[in-house]
Design a protein around this ligand. Structure first.
Ligand SMILES: CC(C)(COP(=O)(O)OP(=O)(O)OC[C@H]1O[C@@H](n2cnc3c(N)ncnc32)[C@H](O)[C@@H]1OP(=O)(O)O)[C@@H](O)C(=O)NCCC(=O)NCCS
Length: 190
């Protein structure tokens, strides 16, 4: 039996491991791991832990997560101050990639200020946990007065695209590298 609960500091290492594992980077060079974590994990659990939730197993160990930045402008400000210099320290290529990633989330910031990342450990995928995490975050952000949320996924990540479509997300934009998708909470509850 799995359950969903709020993120706690004790989940940090498991969440970071799942992030690396799903990015196929568990055994990658240290700098690659560092980049993946600073882009797709650390900002959220360090700066907005109240907007993060985990799926846990019977022993209360995290087996999946959804991590969210509630407001793009705030996210971008802190990201540029704290995390972008870390990307720059890795390499110019990583710095440029990080800037492009920021840009991809900024395009829809006025309609969808909140964006998120989600990952479920391979052994627990297709058990409904991802959908439960999406609905938990939806309720949480609705309570805060938000009307939707967005994400950017790989253009060829059919597993994720199927998942988002199944959960009511619509496509905002597709390019060669990525697909921006969004969920309107009103439409979702209609
Ligand atoms: C995408 C992901 C978050 C979905 O979470 P989940 O807990 O597996 O999804 P759920 O069980 O709630 O929903 C299952 C639905 O997701 C889609 N899906 C999940 N795994 C899939 C797969 N391997 N192939 C195709 N579709 C898949 C299907 O629509 C599926 O519905 P179905 O079983 O009726 O066909 C999870 O599989 C995952 O972490 N994948 C790897 C990392 C990733 O792509 N993260 C998102 C990056 S943007």
């Amino acid at each position: 039996m799995s359950a969903i609960r709020a993120y706690d500091k004790k989940d940090r290492e498991r969440v970071r491991q799942i992030c690396l594992k799903n990015a196929d980077c568990l055994y990658a060079p240290e700098e690659t791991k560092q980049y993946i974590l600073l882009m797709y994990c650390d900002y959220y659990i360090e700066q907005e832990p109240e907007n993060c939730f985990v799926a846990v197993d019977d022993d209360d160990n995290a087996v999946g997560y959804i991590i969210c930045a509630e407001n793009y402008e705030e996210y971008a400000k802190t990201f540029q101050r704290v995390y972008l210099p870390q990307a720059d320290a890795i390499s110019l290529k990583r710095f440029v990639e990080a800037r492009l990633d920021l840009l991809s989330h900024s395009m829809f910031k006025n309609i969808y200020p909140a964006h998120f990342h989600i990952d479920i450990d391979e052994e627990h995928q297709r058990e409904g946990l991802g959908s439960l995490l999406v609905s938990t975050l939806t309720v949480h952000l609705k309570h805060k007065g938000l009307s939707g949320m967005m994400l950017v996924c790989g253009a060829d990540n059919q597993q994720a695209i199927n998942f988002y479509k199944k959960n009511g997300f619509k496509t905002l934009l597709t390019t060669k590298v990525g697909r921006a998708m969004a969920l309107d909470f009103d439409a979702e509850s209609a």
